[in-house]
Design a protein around this ligand. Structure first.
Ligand code: ADP
Ligand code: MG
Length: 346
């Protein structure tokens, strides 16, 4: 049984004389301690899912389970308890009280939660030890978001929900804030569900991904697997890596000079879609089989510490050697597709 489970969750909002299916039979699972990212275009239903999970909104139908609690079945005092004790929230626009200092903002969390951590200590951990007595207006955007992270983590919640936490920050500050968030959540073993468009960060820190479109989860799984082999067009639009390698077909259709072959040569697409591939394989193969691999283009990203993506190359050499090289690459878990072959025709 997973830690978080959405079972056929629907949320309808009235819109004039019709309804919007903001969540449309959503099913997904998250394990304890995982970092899960929700991807999707604006209006896809990401915030709705987060609000339902955090008990800030009520599902129209379906069940949401978190640990041993069925959130969809909780009534008022238990629901308030759940929101106060079990869940931390971080929003795009910080939601700090402007008339309270950084410290007082974090102390608010302490007041509603008995097992809260020491607010001063948490502020130290987010790097604001020296700015505790500043008011939000005296802090930069990144610092204000750190205060809001401190406020959320001060409750030591089992679950942290972050709705575009870097949406209002420049990308460098955003990365720093997310780095901090990752580090602290790993330290506290917090389960995190985050909505973000920072793909570099997603590739590095997230374990699981759910891709949403029109209120539905259209694709989900481990980040590595989904990124290595995205099934949906919408997922591909977020992950450029693998789709770039498709451009070779366009070049061939256009009869581009780049893809002109001499007799005996062939074009292959090598794709890294399994975890146990190491990058220097190309040079190994060219040495080992005495063939030339002329890279046309390459698009490799490191996702969860393993390369994903691939390379399109022209191979030339002895016919038998090329065959052996291809077999060797396949054995090493590299996907090999022959795109154009001048060994037989031309
Ligand atoms: P996202 O976070 O992916 O941009 P949302 O979850 O905010 O998407 O919204 C999903 C859909 O539900 C949108 O069409 C939005 O207009 C609608 N919606 C969200 N909240 C409300 C609400 N309180 N009342 C009416 N419609 C809403
Ligand atoms: Mg949103």
């Amino acid at each position: 049984m997973s830690y978080i489970s959405f079972e056929d969750v629907c949320k309808d909002y009235p819109a004039g004389n019709t309804v919007v299916h903001a969540s449309d039979h959503v099913n997904f699972q998250i394990e304890k301690g995982e970092f899960c990212v929700v991807l999707g275009p604006s209006g896809a239903g990401k915030t709705t899912v987060l609000n339902l999970l955090g008990g800030m909104d009520k599902a129209t139908s379906g069940r949401i389970i978190v640990g041993d609690k069925e959130i969809t079945g909780l009534r008022s005092p238990q629901l308030t308890e759940y929101r106060r004790h079990d869940v931390g929230f971080v929003f795009q626009f910080y939601n700090l009280m402007p008339n309270l200092t950084a410290l007082e903002n974090v102390e608010l969390a302490q007041q509603v939660c008995e097992r809260a951590l020491d607010p001063r200590e948490v502020l130290e951990q987010v790097g604001l030890g020296q700015r505790m007595n500043n008011f939000p207006a005296q802090l930069s955007g990144g610092e204000q978001q750190r205060v809001s992270i401190a406020r959320a983590l001060c409750k030591n919640p089992a679950l942290l929900l972050c709705d575009e936490p870097t949406g209002a920050l420049d990308s460098k500050t955003g990365e720093q804030v997310l780095d901090l968030l990752t580090r602290l959540c790993h330290d506290y073993s917090t389960t995190v569900v985050i909505i973000t468009h920072e793909m570099a960060v997603v590739k590095e820190i997230c374990d699981r991904v759910a891709v949403m479109e029109h209120g539905r989860v259209v694709e989900q799984g481990e980040v590595f697997n989904v990124f290595a082999d995205p099934r949906q067009e919408i997922t591909r639009s977020f992950i450029h890596t693998t789709s770039n390698l498709r451009k070779i077909e366009e070049l061939i259709a256009e009869d581009s000079p780049v893809v002109k072959l001499n007799p005996g040569e062939l074009i292959v697409r090598l794709s890294y879609i399994q975890r146990n591939v190491s990058e220097p394989l190309i040079s190994t193969v060219s040495r080992k089989f005495d063939i030339v691999l002329n890279i046309i283009f390459s698009d490799i990203a490191i996702v969860q510490n393993a390369p994903i993506g691939g390379t399109v190359a022209i191979i030339s050499g002895e016919r038998e050697q090329i065959t052996q090289a291809i077999a060797y690459l396949s054995e090493k878990n590299v996907g090999v597709e022959v795109i154009k072959d001048a060994r037989v025709s031309e």
